[in-house]
Design a protein around this ligand. Structure first.
Ligand code: NAP
Length: 416
């Protein structure tokens, strides 16, 4: 039972069994429009999603959208300071698959990020961000097409776990006392944040990344960590990764050391290499030798930085998609923020939500819709009909509004 939303009579819930979606022809999918420029982006994206579904399946299949609330809109529907209503969490749990736009988070004060809270409350432990080049998109690299990675970022632990206290607070002072009693020192009146990394949390994330590599014929899995400095957290992440690879995927995976020691650097048929890189090295590796990387498994903060840096290499956040998944739920979202200075001006690039939608359609098994969205988008960019962010660094391009860009994609999807 919900408080202020009503499940549509016309639709049916998706179910997920052993990681696979069982999708009815009329699945109910909750959406969060998002704050700021999220409003424009969502409107444009929904139009494309519905058009691609209609093109793929005529009247046989149709998404039944259910609006649920978070962020500023939640406060106007549910009352002051209700940023994330229980209804929203319940609806996503019940309907299993959801999509969202960006939500505002104030820096250094006020409530915790709603995005982080959503991921943690729903235990969406893997943030999956595929980053690849789309032909025609302006990029700072000479050969951006060499980058094609899928980043699995742990979503529930690390310094994002929300275990921190303000400088000078009673709690911070108490924790400082405990730390000093354990033989370590912390400067007086310090703010304190805790970085928990567990074997359970690390292994389930790394398992998902390796399974993805196997299912999608990818040949390298890289564990990214800062284990040289944070030995018991980041270093343990790496050690648990190798241990899991050996115990659970020993017949498929070989280490980089073995690749050179036993196979003269030539990957045997049917095998996948597992290696690791220290995070700072990884940032230069991915820039200088992007083609050597494919699937990346990493801790929360590394993953946050690395996925934005990778997105920048292929043209920026405006076109980077993201998914937050567990074993029985998926929430798909734009990787950029609310870009408030562009709110309600109909100028922002909706591609991040569009491509997140394509991921969502793949997740629910409607591959045809995903392909239509991607090909419609590629065709539109190829026609140099793009939003401001791409237009400003593309020669001979036409600047389109968000809505015009979406309309052109729809036209290209319909093939006219
Ligand atoms: P942002 O909203 O991502 O915007 C930063 C800049 O990135 C924009 O000014 C714009 O650059 C570019 N950009 C972002 N989205 C774009 C799009 N769709 N099309 C074209 N360009 C785009 O980051 P922010 O200003 O740091 O954050 C604003 C708010 O969003 C904060 O409250 C933050 O906490 C929140 N946030 C939410 C999420 C989320 O919901 N998942 C993620 C990150 C941040 P130009 O100005 O150069 O054109």
């Amino acid at each position: 039972m919900f408080d202020k939303i009503t499940a549509p009579q016309a639709g049916t819930a998706i179910t997920i069994s052993k990681g696979t979606c069982i999708t009815p022809n009329n699945p109910i999918i909750p959406f969060i429009e998002g704050d700021g420029s999220g409003r424009d982006i969502w409107k444009a994206s929904k139009k494309v999603f519905d058009a691609a579904t209609a093109e793929a399946y005529k009247n046989e299949r149709k998404i039944v959208w259910l609006e649920v609330y978070a962020g500023e809109k939640a406060c106007s529907v549910y009352g002051k300071d209700v940023w994330l209503p229980e209804d929203t969490l319940q609806a996503i749990k019940e309907f299993k698959v959801a999509i969202k736009g960006p939500l505002t988070t104030p820096v250094g004060e006020g409530f915790r990020s709603i995005n982080v809270t959503l991921r943690q409350q729903l235990d969406l432990y893997a943030c999956v961000r595929p980053v690849r080049y789309f032909s025609g998109v302006p990029s700072p690299l000479k050969t951006p097409e060499k980058l094609d990675v899928v980043i699995f970022r742990e979503n529930t632990e690390d310094v994002y776990a929300g275990v921190e206290w303000a400088a000078g607070s009673k709690e911070a002072n108490k924790i400082r006392d405990v730390i000093i009693s354990c033989g370590k020192d912390i400067r007086e009146a310090s703010a304190i944040g805790i970085k928990p990394i567990s074997e359970f949390g690390s292994k389930r994330l790394i398992r998902k990344a390796i399974q993805y590599a196997i299912d999608n014929n990818r040949k390298v899995v890289t564990l990214v960590h800062k284990g040289n400095i944070m030995k018991f957290t980041e270093g343990a992440f790496m050690n648990w990764g190798y241990e899991l690879a050996r115990k659970e995927f020993g017949d498929m995976l070989i280490t980089e050391n073995d690749l050179h020691a036993k196979y003269e650097g030539k990957l045997p048929k049917g095998k996948i290499v597992i290696n690791d890189r220290i995070a700072d090295n990884m940032f230069q590796q991915i820039l200088l030798r992007p083609h050597e990387y494919s699937v990346i498994a990493t801790t929360n903060l590394n993953g946050d930085y690395l996925s934005d840096a990778c997105a920048a290499q292929v043209g920026g956040l405006g076109i980077a998609p993201g998914a937050n998944v567990s074993d029985d739920m998926g929430m798909f979202e734009a990787t950029h923020g609310t870009a408030p200075k562009y709110a309600d001006q109909d100028i922002i690039n909706p591609s991040s939500v569009l491509l997140s939608g394509a991921l969502m359609f793949e997740f629910i098994g409607w591959q045809e819709v995903a392909r239509l969205i991607i090909s419609g988008l590629e065709k539109t960019i190829g026609q140099k009909y793009v939003t401001y962010d791409l237009e400003r660094s593309m020669s001979g391009a036409t600047r389109a509004k968000t809505s015009e860009f979406a309309d052109r994609i729809v036209k290209n999807i319909r093939g006219n």
